[in-house]
Design a protein around this ligand. Sequence first.
Ligand code: LR7
Ligand code: MN
Length: 586
Amino acid sequence: MVVTRLLCRYLSPRRFSSAVQTVAFFAGLVLVSYLVYTTFLSPRASPAATVLSRIQRAGRSVGEGYVRVVDDESRRGPGEQGEGVRLSGEEKTRGEEDMKKWFMNLVASDKISLDRSIRDARRDECKALSYDLSKLPRASVVIIFTDEAWTPLMRTVHSVINRSPPELLEEVILLDDNSQREELKGKLDDYVKRFDGLVKVVRKNVRHGLIRAKLAGAHVATGEVVVFLDSHCEANHGWLEPLVARIGENPSAVVCPVIDYINAHDLQYSGDPFAQSVGGFTWSLHFTWEPLPESEKQRRKSPTQYIRSPTMAGGLLAANREYFFRVGGYDEEMDIWGGENLEISFRVWTCGGSIEFIPCSHVGHIFRDGHPYNMTGRGGNKDVHGTNSKRLAEVWMDDYKRLYYLHRSDLKTKDVGDLSERHKLREKLQCKPFKWFLDNIVPDKFVPDENVQAYGMLQAVIGGVKMCLDTLQQDEKGSYGMGVYYCQGGGSSAQLISLARDGRLRRETSCAHGVVRERETRGTVVMRSCRENGDEWKRVGDLLRHSDSGLCLSVRGVKSGEKIIIEACDATAPEQQWKFLQKNED
Ligand code: LR7
Ligand code: MN
């Protein structure tokens, strides 16, 4: 209109009408070419890219009003910049109650914007990298949940959309594993409409458990890459590019972001730019964090390069979707929670792929002390971690499964369902033996009964009664004094100990230290993490001599349930005679 009025003022009526025709002609031409371009020629048009670029172009919201929120250092308010939320009075009390029911503080979470800002957790070398987005594979992000609370769930979704380049985000799949809470039904369906089809809700009307839920999510996903997230995460700045870039480069790499810590009490986000850990495992088949091995420090040329990790924590990972299925997805018969993280780790490595941590990709996760949902599996199974782990041990660990059964002898005869499909998969993919994994991927992993001087129950005789060295049920994560207890004939794992090649007297992760005060001839034996080395012990006949102090292991004056000592060696003292027994020997 403005243009027309201007033209009116400066042109005569006759010239005016022909000028209008010319303008209209060119305007039409421009419009038609634009439509042809956007419909047929526009590169990589996708729901995400179009929705978001439309949002950006129009500078206004779509649907009910969603605008991609870019982090802004000036944002202030509860939880902004990743700060924790401090509560007081009645709110504080309600927050504490949430901790019991939800294992996270929902009063705090509900105060925080779903688009809260968080500080960039990457190191500078990562921020300096640039990517050609048009060359990277696109990702479907699968978020699985069962009865997750609203704000942590939606903050996961918002953070993914806000911090992913639209060009790379194929879709977000919310895989609802049979949630019962009302707000996760109609309200959720309505809420996601604002994302114009970018966010899809898929529901299961029977509980799948998180392993089958992840599989179901991957089956509906269409992106070249599938990314899995827990439903209480926050994607950090630039999180997606380095994940998909690595998969583009090597489709058999199964990659994990650095997992930043979000405190469940106040939702404080703590980034860890110098993440220097890899994943490990215990023989009871739990995931552990381990320091970055020397070999990786040597191999990596730059701090932005991927880190080879023996295992992954489980929740946050990305893979080429075709490769993920080709290498066996997950074991469908694993129920509810647990085991799938080590299973995918052992499987991917031994079947020709790799597990890698991507130091430039950061995602926060709310660490909870418990599970706010029912953990009972099919047939009333209350030990899903145990039975899932037995499936993985049976299929992937060859004879090393014996080390799992040392911890779980109760499961030896337990029926954990049909394993033939998984055995067939291993056969079909021609996967390497578990020994290869131990030798090549975790060469420092201690195998208690291999390459050792002696292994078994360490027995001494007190007043005619056989006693065995025993952890006395203490937590082996910290330091603890070694004791003795009546020998457990079945080979209780608490009584098994190895005298390693290197002379350390040790269990899986803790090593025996002799502690003697200066000028004393008597001391105690303390078990501490083997990372702090551990003292050398020598067998001299049936004596066990502590090299540093020259004192010997002894049960003089020690009763069942009490801690053992070291004292001046005496080859004739019955209290100092120790025998390594295999579990079924008398
Ligand atoms: O039956 C279920 N159905 C589900 O959909 C049980 C759970 N779930 C959902 C749940 O809502 C959540 O989104 O599955 C997700 C994971 O459950 P959590 O958050 O209770 O598990 P977790 O964080 O304690 O457990 C870790 O180990 C699990 C072993 O099976 C899974 O691999 C989780 O994904 C994994 N989480 C992480 O690795 C996050 C980082 C933690 C670390 C280190
Ligand atoms: Mn979790």
